[in-house]
Design a protein around this ligand. Structure first.
Ligand code: FAD
Length: 305
């Protein structure tokens, strides 16, 4: 492990919340390091393909907003580090560990957003990305010609069924609710597909396989039964990305970081911004506003010691 670097603020995550925090940090004269696990900045912005209708003063899609943010960061000589995943935080000694580098910091801003919820039943982890997938678009070849199961009952589940129906001989949507949450238009499209079946009040409780996925166990109103499928698509919503924080982390509620009015968590040197602490109404405006509140509070704190 290399020598520790000493900084004012470490910001984890370079989505809208983390980048807004970096901009405010620069403006307030704080020395910030921004660490982003993926190879690109922007987080969920890359999923917004329509024109964003509700962010004041902007008329562009998510990719357009990323481009504007990048030029804003460049102009201010802010250089977030990509491919830099924070693996661990020493919560007692205020040390953030990322790859071979340790950062000793006065303040930590957690902006790690949301990730897709995983299935977490026996067999699902073993076959992740080898029969059990979180996305259809990234794995079209693995679904082609195979009987598939889609877990979930929202837009993601029903829309993907319409996209997969030409490629998969049979698709079973398994949903624990009594009626779908997907928008009406997706439901109507699915109703018109002869090779798509929907099982309600049902849970996938196990993924079976030997050399590859061979089926799933489904628990429904009539008990447990096996379904032969070769590919499983999981579309069961999003969850806050906080598992990486490990033991002794700041307080969570249903996986989300809890914060006070200045975005401070239960630890006095740790703040949280964006979707990772916003179970209700996550949005770009909220993320940007929270970043401002947090960085101003941090600046006040650091200038008072
Ligand atoms: C399809 C879609 C459409 C949307 N449309 C709108 C809209 O029209 N208007 C609106 O206001 N909002 C919209 N939203 C919501 C908005 O995109 C989010 O509220 C916002 O982008 C959240 O930003 P964030 O920075 O909190 O999180 P994220 O964008 O999730 O960013 C978190 C970042 O942290 C990184 N990270 C995670 N863990 C680590 C780690 N351990 N180490 C390093 N980096 C890590 C991730 O890779 C990611 O880049 C939409 C969202 C989606 C998915």
């Amino acid at each position: 492990m290399s020598k520790a670097q000493v900084v004012d603020v470490v910001i984890v995550g370079a989505g809208m919340a983390g980048l807004a925090a970096a901009l405010w940090g620069k403006r307030l004269g704080l020395e910030c390091v921004v660490l982003e696990q993926s190879q690109q900045l922007g987080g969920q912005l890359h999923k917004i393909h329509n024109t964003i209708p509700d962010y004041p003063g902007l008329v562009c899609d998510g990719a357009g907003l990323v481009t504007q943010l990048e030029s804003q960061l460049n102009a201010l000589e802010i250089a977030p580090r990509c491919n830099a995943m924070v693996q661990r935080v020493d919560w007692e000694n205020q040390v953030v560990v990322c790859d071979e580098v340790q950062f000793e910091t006065q303040a930590l801003v957690i902006a790690t957003g949301l990730e897709q919820r995983r299935l977490r039943v026996p067999g699902s982890e073993k076959w992740e990305d080898a029969g059990v997938y979180l996305s259809y678009n990234g794995h079209k070849e693995e679904f082609a010609g195979r009987a598939a199961c889609i877990v979930g009952g929202g837009d993601g589940a029903f829309e993907n069924a319409t996209m997969m129906a030409d490629e998969c001989p049979h698709i079973t949507i398994v949903y624990r609710g009594t009626s779908p949450r997907a928008r009406q238009s997706f439901q109507e499209q699915v109703d018109g597909l002869s090779n798509v079946e929907v099982l309600y009040e049902s849970d996938v409780v196990k993924v079976n396989g030997e050399e590859s996925v061979t089926g799933v166990e489904i628990q429904g109103p009539d008990g447990t039964r096996s379904l032969e499928v070769e590919a499983v698509l999981v579309k069961i919503g999003m969850e806050p990305r906080t598992r990486w924080m490990g033991e002794n982390s700041p307080k969570l509620s249903k996986g989300y970081l809890t914060v006070d009015a200045s975005q401070q968590t239960s630890l006095p040197w740790v703040w949280a911004v964006g979707d990772v602490c916003t179970p209700q109404d996550p949005s770009l405006s909220v993320a940007a506003g929270q970043a401002c509140l947090a960085m101003r509070a941090i600046e006040r704190r650091l200038s008072s010691v």
